[in-house]
Write a protein that binds this ligand. Structure first.
Ligand SMILES: [Zn+2]
Length: 468
């Protein structure tokens, strides 16, 4: 009986297995037909007709220009609109992209996002319910959303686990649509500091690990090396306390001067930019003296701090928009999306008020180098371009604001050889909009063409605007 049963099972297995072998053989013979990743850089030549071209923000715009893109890169810029026969390329197969009624400029850069998360009511629980795979998939959605509003490069300054590396690499390989990502991995933080995990039972904390904690200069050197080993492009440090960590530790300095110096030295020796989250004046100044390339937030910087910024040449990434999104008065804040936060967080939030805007205005007036960053994830993903509007509100000209989110952000992030302007040799990161942001900065909120590395991700057909 048993033998008979086994015999039947074996027979069924072979009858299933046989066609499988056949199928494998078929695929083996057609391996060359494997499809390319849908968003990968291709070798097409694209001829862009730009009605107004702001090739290098901060400089003046020009009318009626042709930008030639090949294999993902900008290769030439010509006056007037060139036709296919004017261009050496693919023998008439070149694509003409008609942006002759558009304002064309480099893709936007946001130096401070948390792309795999969006802060809100469920955030605390998500720390124990979402794993790295969940976070990577959420990140793919947020990254695509952010690309569609014109951001072709993002710097992610702290994501849980290793989700951010998977997302960065999948976008680079053209598997999913998204901006180029520079990733920090986990933030370097003192044990119990702003970048550590808070607000859970001790045994629960053990299952939400971060690889960024360090105490003492040697331990901090190791923490930097660990991030680079994991794949970090940039080192993010929480030099002071922060508003959204569930601890009543305030926003003062949390890493010692010695630890900060060790971190900077190690990051630079490994060829990485190093940037500090810092709120309290003493913490910002300690980071500036330690040689940090940039400071995020800089909330309580005063005139003395601004002078130190100017002296060191460090960049400030003021992240102003989140306070508008969250509410810039206690009344708006209590009614806003963060009104439900635990007391330890709410107390710190309520102290902020208009401070980010006043601090940003002072920084601009005193000549501090400012580059664009939003802290999106705190504010909703996809609203990043509002930061350009904030910069005009603190006193910048439209031209300076556009430079802060393109060429200057590229310099601050150490990627100005790759992106930040439309110049031969750089990646073809190009956006277009129907209105002129040099006249009214709010034009950046209505982007209807997005190209990254020569690949077109968005193309709203509007009036004469179409791809041939
Ligand atoms: Zn942040």
């Amino acid at each position: 009986m048993i033998q008979n049963y086994i015999g039947k099972r074996a027979k069924r297995f072979f009858s299933i297995a046989y066609p499988c072998v056949f199928v494998v053989t078929l695929f083996g013979n057609t391996a060359h037909a494997r499809q390319a990743n849908p968003y990968a850089i291709d070798d097409m030549t694209r001829i862009i007709h730009a009605g107004t071209l702001l090739a290098i923000p901060g400089k003046s715009a020009t009318k009626n220009q042709t930008v030639i893109v090949r294999q993902g890169k900008i290769v030439e810029i010509h006056r007037g609109f060139l036709s296919r026969s004017d261009v050496d390329g693919d023998d008439g197969k070149e694509t003409i992209i008609d942006l002759s009624e558009q304002f064309v400029m480099p893709g936007f850069i946001d130096l401070h996002v948390h792309i795999v998360k969006e802060y809100g009511r469920g955030s605390k629980l998500e720390k124990v319910t979402m794993d790295d795979a969940d976070n990577a998939l959420s990140g793919a959605m947020y990254a695509h959303r952010t690309l569609k509003v014109g951001f072709t490069t993002l710097r992610d300054l702290g994501s849980p686990g290793d989700s951010i590396f998977a997302l960065r690499d999948a976008i680079k390989a053209g598997k999913v649509p998204g901006p180029r990502i520079l990733a920090a991995g986990n933030s370097i933080t003192a044990t119990g500091g702003h970048g550590d995990v808070h607000g859970f039972r001790e045994d629960v904390l053990d299952v939400i690990p971060t690889t960024g904690t360090c105490d003492g200069p040697d331990s901090c050197r190791a923490a930097v090396r660990r991030q680079v080993k994991r794949g970090a492009d940039v080192i993010k440090v929480t030099a002071t306390g922060g508003v959204l960590s569930e601890t009543a530790a305030g926003t003062g300095q949390q890493l010692t001067d010695e630890e900060l110096r060790a971190i900077v030295e190690t990051a630079h020796s490994l060829g990485r930019k190093v940037t500090a989250h810092a709120h309290a004046k003493e913490g910002i100044e300690a980071a500036l003296r330690a040689g940090f390339d940039s400071i995020e937030h800089a909330m309580w910087a005063d005139k003395g701090t601004m002078k130190l910024f100017v002296k060191t040449g460090a960049w400030m990434i003021p992240t102003i928009y989140p306070i508008t999104a969250v509410g810039d008065t206690p009344e708006k804040m209590k009614k806003g999306p963060f009104g439900h936060m635990p007391p330890a967080i709410l107390e710190k939030l309520l102290k902020l008020g208009r401070q980010p805007k006043e601090m940003g205005a002072l920084a601009y007036k005193m000549g501090v180098n400012i580059a664009l960053g939003t802290d999106s994830g705190v504010s909703p993903h996809g609203e990043n371009a509002n930061e350009f509007v904030e910069y005009v509100n603190i006193g910048m000209s439209e031209s300076e604001s556009l430079a802060a989110g393109t060429i200057n952000a590229a310099i601050a992030g150490g990627i100005d050889k790759i992106t930040g302007s439309i110049e031969p040799g750089k990646a073809a990161d190009i956006v277009a909009m129907p209105n002129n942001p040099l006249d009214n900065i709010e034009a950046v909120l209505d982007v209807d063409f997005v190209m990254r590395d020569g690949v077109v991700f968005k193309n709203n057909k509007r009036g004469k605007f179409h791809v041939e």
